[in-house]
Structure formats: C-alpha cells, structure tokens
Design a binder for this molecule. Sequence first.
Ligand SMILES: [Zn+2]
Length: 308
Amino acid sequence: MSLYFISHPACLEHRTPAHHPERPERLSAIDDQLITSGLGMWLDHREAPRVTREQLLRVHDAAYLDEIAGLRPGPDETLCIDGGDTYVSAGSLEAASRAAGAVVHGVDLVMGDARNVAFCSVRPPGHHAGRDRAMGFCLYNNIAVGAAHALEAHGLERVAIADFDVHHGNGTDDIFLHEPRVLLCSTFQHPYYPHAGAEDRHGAPRVNVPLPAGTRGAAYRAAVSERWLPALDAFRPQLLLISAGFDGHLEDDMAGFGLVEADYEWVTRELRGIAERHAGGRIVSVLEGGYALSALGRSVVAHLKALL
Ligand SMILES: [Zn+2]
C-alpha cells in the first residue's frame, strides 16, 4: 500500500513578510519529518501541474482571477491584498496554481485504478478563499477546485469534504452553499477567526461543528463521532476530500485547541473507514493550516500513516 504525495518546488516561492506564520519552511518541516519517520518509501511522489483557468472558473469569479493575475509585485516585494494578512509575492501566482493543480491531479489519480489515496503538500492554503476574494493566507480555494473537478470532469454526484483545520473553512462553505452534491463537515474553534460557520444557513448539506477554545482530544473525538460520522455514512460519498489543517495542535499557538498527533491519526482512520465503506477508499487530502513546524511535520506523518 502506498499513496500519492503531490507537491511542487514552486510552492516554496510564495513569500510572506518576516515573522508571518504561513511560510515556506512549513513544507520543508513536513519533508524533514517524512525522512525521519521512514515513511518516504511508501510515498509515490508526483509533481503538481498548473491549474487551468477553466478549472478555477468553476469556483472563482473571472474578475477575481484577473485581479490577482494583474498584480505585479517586485522580486522582494510582498503585497497585502485583503487588508489583513494575505500576501502576494512574485512567486505566489505560480505557487497557487500548483497548489490548486495538485488537488485536481490528486482527484484524477485516485479516480484511476492504481492507488486510491493522495496527499497534497502545498501552499498557499485555500479554505478561506471565496469566489471573489482572497482571505486568511488563501488565494485559490484548492479543495473547492478539486471538488468541483470531481463533480464536473468525473461526473460524481456525491463528494464529501471533511475540514479539521482549527479555523472554519468559510470560503469552502460559501462556494458550495447551494451545491447539494457536496457535503461539508467542519470542526472549528468558536468564537474565533473567521467568525463564520456557527450560524444556521439554509443551503446544501453541511455539518458545521463549533467547539470552544481548550477543546482536547476526548471532546474532539466525541464531536466527530456524534456529528460527522453519521452524516458522512448517510451521505455515502463517492469521493472524500480532506482539508487537513494541523493548527489545532497543542503546540500551535495560532489557536486554542489541544489536539495531538494521536487525535489526527484517529480522525484520519475514521475518515478512511468512511471512504472504504462508500468511496472505494478514494481520498484526496490537502494541507491547509499548521504553523508550529515540528508539530506540523509530526502531525502530517501521523495523518499519512493512518491513510496508508
Ligand atoms: Zn487554520
């Protein structure tokens, strides 16, 4: 058993200002832990292709794509594009293109008949990006691009997205609000950035589970068992996508959850069970947050072990 590990060197060329938590070293920390863990021999490394404009237009507005394509930061410049903490450097558009392209490629690969699991080790992350806006370090909504590709190019009728990043994936939630073919299951700290997801909205199927700061493994596992898993079993996804953010780790001071590697391994095993029961085991997992470098690398290793 092995899995596709999809990345691209261009993802290191998306630059953010000094002391910004979303930095290229995140991907190097993952690579380092993979070597240390001895897991490398189980990974089938693939280079991420560029995403196409047609693939992006399934979830983003043309005007937004033109707007970020029109930015021309200088070689050492980082332009803030959302009035907050989302930046674009000279290498960002190429990095974002490879990040979204990785998920599309992952979907194509697992829909074939060789291996059925893929992990996209990419940045910038994606789940805060909406149809017409960058937000929260995210430019293109990578997982939404992948889900839309599964629906439109592969003709799937039921795609589930499980998002265990500590922040609510508000971009993904908005993009698929009226899409009944996508079930979004999300756990997130509440109240907290991006201050979304806790309200009841009438739309497509979704299971948003707000949890308080201080949530640790036992409470987290109970919430997933009671809320996500029955909904996922009832939905019977043909493909499972994971927004894999590891910023809920105890050592990650981005937020206030107290999860550890064993919790990420547990939730991944449960999700793998869902995929095996309904989706022929097909999973594409995509890196979102995770900013404490050592904890990030160790958590990705735990996640991949459970996927294998
Ligand atoms: Zn996050």
